[in-house]
Each structure stands twice: as C-alpha cells, then as structure tokens.
Design a protein around this ligand. Structure first.
Ligand code: MCN
Ligand code: SMO
Length: 785
C-alpha cells in the first residue's frame, strides 16, 4: 500500500457527510418533492386482538381509500425458515380478517396533504369483534390461551435447544446461582422515523421507491417478490437516512402499501411515520425473560450454565430476518466471552399481540450480556471475590486464541482479560473504592460495575444459513473508478445512515490511491447505480463494503500505475502512487493526466492498452464465514439516591478492540451513540402495555429517552488486534457499545445498594423499580429480624 495524503485508513477525518447535514442541505425522504405527489395516512387498529367484521369507506372517497380487499394481487410478507419447529406467519400489508396488535395497518388513505389524508382515515369505519388479548409471554403460553395464528395450535414461533451435559458441573459446584432476569420492550427511535415515497416512472418502466432504509437492495428484492414485479422493474433509492439501528433493515408493511397504491393510482405517494406511530406500531424489540442456573467452584470458576430464554416476539416474523434471529442469537451468545465447560439452553420465541420483533443494535446481546454479567457478579458475591477477578478468571485467555466456544463461535483474535484489566485501570478501581468508602461514611451510595462481551461482526454465508433465513447474505461488491477529470468515484450498494460508511469507504479507497477525501465522490444506496449488496446490519458494513472497495481500489491503483508509467516512459515497477499522482521519483503524472489519456487521448497510450479501463468492480468476502469478533469491557461508576431511587452515572469507561480502526473519530461517535442507547436500555426506556395489550407509552413524555443531561462524559480506550481474516484486519463494531451498559450499570447499582441487601434483576432500573427493591429488601430484613 501507499502513503500520501493522510486520508487513508486510520485518519481521524471529519465525516464527508457532515457539511450537508450541518447546513440543513441533506435530503431525507421527507424532503423530496415530486410533481403531483400525494401523502398517505394509515387507519390503524385500536385493538390488540380482534376479528374485522366490516370496513366502511367514507362516501365520495373512491380511489383514495384502500383495504386488503383491494389488494388481492399483493402478496403478504412471508418469512420462510429452515429451522425445525419454526412456524410461518403471513404478515399482510393491510390486516386481513383479524388484527394482531394495536397500530396494525387496516387501510391506507391518500390525499394531497397529510392532514387531509388523516381526516380521511378518521372517516373510515372499522367494526371489530374483540378476541382475548395476549399481552405477554405468560398469557401466550398459559393452558387454553387464545391463539394469534389459529392454524398453529399454540403461540410459539420457534423453540431451540442446546443440550449440554451438566452432570459434572452439578456434582462439582460449590456455588449454585439461580436467577430470573427481565428486559423491557423498546422502540428504537431513530431521529428520522421511517419514510417511503413511491411512484411509477413510465420512461424507465419502473417502480421507483425512495425509502429510509439500511438495505436498499434487499427492499427491492422484497418489494418485487410481494408485488410480483421483476427486479428490473423496481428501483429502490435510500436517500439520506437519519438513523437506522436495525429498525430500517427489514421490509415494512407500509413500504408495500405505499408502493402498491402509487402504482394503482399512478401518482407519487409518500408516507412519513410520526413519533406516535413509531412508539406504538414500532415498539418491537429487546424484550426477553431469563431463568438461569450457574454452577461455579469456590474460586468463582464457572463450570456450567443452564438457561431458559423467552423472547416476546409480537405478532409477526419480519422479513428477511424472521422471528428466529433474536432467540437463535440469544441462545448462541449467552456464554459470551467466557470459557465455559458445559452449557444447556432452551429458547422460546413467543407470539403476542404486539408489533413484530425487529433487530436492534446489538441483536439479543444486550439482553444476554445483562443476564450473564449479573450472574458473574452474583457468583463473585457468593464466593467473596472481586467481580473483576472472577471475570478475568473466566474470560477466554489471550493465549487461547483463536478459540472455538461452547456454542461453536470462533473467536478469531484478541485478549479479553487484558481489555477488562485496561477498563479497570482507566476507571481507577483503588480511587473508586476510596471514593465509595468516603461517600458511604456520609450515608451516600456509590457503586462500581463491569460488563464484558464479544460482538460477532460481519458474519457470512454459513452463519446466516444456519439461522434458516429466507435469504442468505454472503459477499459484497463495490465499484471504483477514475473519472475523466481524474477524481475518484466509489459506488457501493451498501448504505450510510449515520454510522459514517460514506466517509470510511472513501478512506479505504484513499489508502490505495492516496488522493484527498474531498477528491472522492461516494454513491450509495441506489439500486440503479450500485452493485448488489445486502446492506449494513450485523456490524458488517465496514468489513464487507470496506473489503470490496479495498479490492477494487487495489486493482484500479495497479491499472493507474501501468498507464502512469507509460506516460512517464518507464516500467510500472519503477513507479508508485503518491498524493494523487503516479511518480518515479523524477517526474510524475497526475491522475487528471492519466484519466485524460485514457478517456480522451488513447493516442498517448500504447496500441495494446488494457481496454478494461479505469473502472473496476470487485467482490469480497472475508476468508472465514463465522465473522470476526470485536470485544470490550465497560465499567460504570454510579451513585444511587436511596430516597428517590434515581441513579446518576458519575463515570463511564469503554475499553474496546475492533481490529484496525478506519476512522477513530467516527469510532468515538459510534461508542458515544451506542452507549447512550445502552444507557436508555439500562435506566429509562420501556414500551409499556396494559392487560389488554394497549400501548401506554405513545409519546416521548411517556417513553423516556436519555438526553444530554442523563449521559456521562464517556472515557474510551482501545486495543488494535488485527483480525487475521479480513482485509486490513478490520472488525465491525457498530453495535458494540449498546451491548454492555445495562450489565455494567445494574452491576454498579447492585454494588452501591449491597449494604441495603438489594439485588436488581430487571431493566430499566427506573427510580420506581430501584425504590421498590429498596423497600422490599427493608421489609424482608424487618420480617427476618
Ligand atoms: N468503523 C471504523 N473502523 C472499524 C469498524 C467500523 O472506522 N474497524 C466505522 C465505519 O464508519 C462503520 C461504522 O464504524 O460504518 C460502524 O461499523 P460497522 O460495525 O461496520 O457497522 P455498519 O457499517 O454495518 O453499520 C451498522 C451498525 C449497526 S448493525 C447498527 S444497528 C447501528 C450502527 O452501525 N446503527 C447506527 N451504528 C449506527 N450509528 C448511527 N449513527 N446510526 C445508526 O443507525
Ligand atoms: S440491529 Mo443492526 O442493523 O444489525
């Protein structure tokens, strides 16, 4: 590789996309204006579980209100899976026969403005015959429960089993820890809600769909399947996207309805999700329950683990990740970064009257990390040892790498205990303990907590195939070209939606072509202009799109050297690329001169010139399918006010290793943003439902997001162990920081409140929950006194 402008891998460069965002010049779905465009509003179910007995359209609204009966030619979203025991739930764009959650779409109404469309929606009369609601896992699994999908016979999407032999741990354990843990349902709350705008382009003879998505090529595949269009008849464009977080990596029913209606009425139709729609119909992630038995010896060495995990999936499988993903990930990731002798686990993916489960930053791992890390601390307390020492004893040791864990995950590289010790060093454990002691003397409650995890990133074909998905991601392609004026163009079918890929894939191209970042034009997210990509999720963007750009840029650099050497009248071996030019040390040919020769003056190049030209498309996959594992330890120092139950985070440290860091500035942002979301999971966010499965948290006054005042000043540390399996040794890390906060913070709360005999096992640790735990502990102590 070459050296040059300092814009390559490792540069702490400001993001290319920031200028337009800061100036308000970005273009989101809501900003796009198409002549004759109308807006859509949905009639949504007010009941969680009911049969639809009739729908009456308002008079005079012909051609402006559509129901499932109008859309007989539209196929439902159907997620097949090859996993045994899995049951398929057809997810219609508009409810058919019955509704299965509050907020499910029943009709789509269109009008010149959103306000008129909403008025129309209010005038649609829907008669519903209520069915017994299934608000939670307990009701769903109870004897004689009502059925969400009648033909299933029960309310289980899927059960999985990992049967290990726990006889030895049971016989040898001197400590047995039994715990139940609960995590709340959440909504993801990207700043920009979902949005979609569709129209039929008669010149291209194509449905053109602008949609706020992480996965434009996947949406094209999904839309064309459901609309029975050839893929060439659908073009999907993801413009600027204001955060995805997993919410925007699946095909949504509104996308289907809008596309169908736009084609039907032959005019541009747009739907923009509002916050209330998001908080109700989009409240669909994170909710797990755990029952765990851990067997340890008297040093705190974990000998075996037995677990049951329930996931509250909601009503439908989302495409293409299915209801299988969350529980499969939970069961596979519970052992986390630990070296564990025996493991048994059963998972239950349960259908309830709530919106269907969508992956959210961390996918299952925030839950399993919470459960595992609280269990680690419980073991430490039981054997009377320091929780950090018990962690380091149990973590896969650096010398054991690469390491295949008990669930078959292949940890490619790194030193997990070193990261835990570095986190401890950064938070300064002796100073923290002294501060805690001093505070305690004043009647204040300070606590320290740790959480460690691994983040499987950029996993490929075999892993996704093993989850039985209807569609298996594997590789990635990208195009790189020198324009006639000698600037660089990068095209990727992946997308940049806040995580900075637009800048970092440009940096990867600069690594080979040593041009400056503002000389690179990046085109992403348009199926009409980019090679196929399944998109950015599962922390795969940097490894996959970065790898493809790197391969293409390497080949382009080779061709540029050949042409440049010819212009300099020397051999290609005698030249190198430096600062956007080819040089032999004596003279140089600029990219502009080389491009000009190729495009406009072939007379300057040899007769037998390689006609492949200055445009290269290359494909890439890492040399293993099992993904590359980033890892981290988080450490939190908190103060809990026993009078109000409020927790304040006094200090927060993240020590992380994601292999080669492409842009350290962007990565700091990934840590801050991820950890902020993790703190929401730990302390604030909870989509609540009542006994009839009515959502109770439908505004941001009820659903509490952490703001700047609730967030600590994060302190970060890094190791950089290159992965042996990816280009440049890069590992993915986009989800990581969201995984550990709940474990670290609740461990810190439990440490703070241990003098009161409190052990919290449920998140979010709201003031109400903390206070109740304190009162319960006091009552229990008084009863036993
Ligand atoms: N990066 C880097 N060096 C590395 C790894 C990553 O510089 N070694 C940078 C890259 O800019 C990359 C980003 O960090 O784009 C995240 O890296 P990666 O792990 O490859 O994740 P993806 O690009 O696939 O992005 C998706 C990921 C996921 S799955 C969720 S969920 C999430 C996340 O990223 N959603 C986000 N981070 C987000 N950040 C923002 N602002 N908005 C979202 O919606
Ligand atoms: S939840 Mo991220 O889009 O994998």
């Amino acid at each position: 590789m070459q050296s040059g402008t300092g814009a390559g891998i490792g540069a702490r460069a400001p993001r290319k996309e920031d200028a337009r965002h800061l100036k308000g010049r970005a273009q989101f779905v809501g900003d796009i204006k198409l002549a004759g465009g109308w807006e859509a509003a949905f009639v949504r179910s007010p009941l969680a579980h009911a049969r639809i007995t009739s729908i009456t359209k308002p008079e005079g609204a012909e051609g402006r209100v559509f129901t499932a009966a109008d859309m007989a030619d539209l196929k439902p979203i159907r997620c097949e899976s090859t996993l045994p025991s899995y049951k398929v739930s057809d997810y219609p764009a508009l409810a058919q026969g019955k509704v299965r959650y509050v907020g499910e779409c029943i009709a789509i109404c269109i009008a010149p403005t959103r306000a008129e469309a909403e008025d129309l929606a209010e005038a649609v009369l829907v008669d519903l015959d209520p069915l017994p609601p299934i608000p939670n896992v307990q009701t769903a699994l109870a004897e004689g429960a009502a059925l969400l999908h009648e033909d299933w016979g029960d309310n289980l999407f899927l059960t999985t089993r990992h049967d290990g032999d726990l006889a030895e741990p049971r016989a040898k354990a001197s400590v047995v820890i039994e715990r139940e843990y609960e995590t709340a349902r959440q909504a993801m709350n990207p700043m920009e809600g979902k949005g979609v705008l569709a129209h039929w382009d008669h010149k291209a003879d194509q449905l053109v769909v602008y949609t706020s998505t992480q996965v434009p090529h996947l949406i094209r595949t999904g839309l064309s399947e459901c609309l029975a269009l050839d893929q060439s008849e659908v073009r999907v464009i993801a413009p600027d996207v204001g955060g995805g977080f997993g919410y925007k990596c699946v095909l949504q029913p509104e996308e289907l309805s809008v596309a169908w209606v736009a084609r039907k009425v032959d005019r541009p139709i747009r739907w923009t999700e509002d916050r209330r729609e998001h908080l109700t119909a989009g409240a669909n992630t994170r909710q797990h329950s755990y029952k765990i038995t851990a067997y340890a010896d008297d040093e705190g060495r974990l000998l075996g683990l037995d677990a049951d995990i329930w996931v509250d999936i909601g009503a439908y499988s989302v495409w293409p990740f299915t209801a299988c993903l969350e529980a499969a990930q939970a069961g596979g990731n519970l052992p986390g970064p630990y070296d564990l002798g025996a493991y048994s686990c059963r998972t239950y993916s349960v259908a309830t009257n709530k919106p269907g489960f969508t992956p959210y930053r961390g996918v299952a791992r925030p839950g399993v990390c919470f459960a595992m890390e609280l269990t680690m601390d419980a073991i430490a307390r039981a054997v009377g040892r320091d929780p950090l020492e018990v962690r380091c004893l149990n973590l896969v040791q650096g010398g054991a790498m690469p390491y295949t864990n008990i669930t078959g995950k292949y940890y490619d590289s790194g030193d997990y205990p070193a990261a835990a010790r570095e986190a401890a060093r950064l938070i300064d454990v002796p100073a923290v303990r002294a501060r805690q002691k001093a505070a305690s003397a004043e009647g204040r409650y300070l606590g320290l907590g740790f959480a460690s995890f691994t983040e499987q990133s950029a996993h490929g074909t075999k892993v996704f195939a093993s989850w039985g998905l209807p569609l298996v991601p594997g590789y990635e392609q990208a195009s790189v070209k020198l324009t006639p004026s000698g600037t660089l163009e990068v095209r990727s079918g992946n997308h940049s939606f806040g995580q900075g890929l637009e800048t970092t894939i440009a940096q990867v191209a600069c690594e080979w072509l040593t041009t400056s970042l503002d000389q690179v034009k990046v085109t992403m997210g348009d199926t009409g202009l980019t090679p196929y990509s399944t998109g950015a999720y599962a922390s795969r963007g940097m490894v996959m799109a970065g790898g493809a750009v790197s391969k293409a840029a390497e080949e382009l650099a080779r061709r540029v050297r050949v042409h440049g050497a010819h212009l300099l009248q020397c051999a290609p071996e005698e030249v190198e690329i430096r600062e956007g030019a080819v040089t032999n040390g004596l003279a140089s040919a600029s990219f502009a001169e080389i491009a000009s020769a190729w495009y406009l003056h072939p007379d300057r190049l040899p007769d037998d010139v390689n006609t492949a030209g200055l445009e290269v498309t290359e494909g890439y996959k890492p040399d293993i399918d099992t993904g590359v594992f980033t890892y981290a330890t988080h450490a939190a120092l908190v103060e809990v006010d026993p009078a109000t139950g409020r927790t304040e985070i006094l200090d927060y440290v993240i020590f992380e290793d994601c292999g080669r860091r492409v842009n350290p500035l962007i990565l700091d942002g990934q840590s801050y943003g991820g950890a902020a979301q993790g703190i929401g999971t730990a302390l604030f966010e909870e989509a609540l439902y009542d006994a009839s499965a009515q959502p109770l948290t439908s505004t941001l006054a009820d659903y509490i997001l952490p703001g700047p005042a609730e967030l600590p000043h994060f302190r970060l540390g890094h190791a950089e162990t290159l992965s042996p399996h990816t280009r440049h040794g890069i590992k993915g890390v986009g989800e990581g920081a969201a995984i550990a906060p709940a474990g670290a913070i609740v461990n810190a709360i439990n440490d703070a409140l241990s003098p009161l005999g409190v052990e919290l096992t449920q998140i979010p640790a709201t003031p109400h929950r903390v206070l109740s735990a304190i009162l319960d502990a006091r009552t229990a102590q008084e009863a036993s006194a």
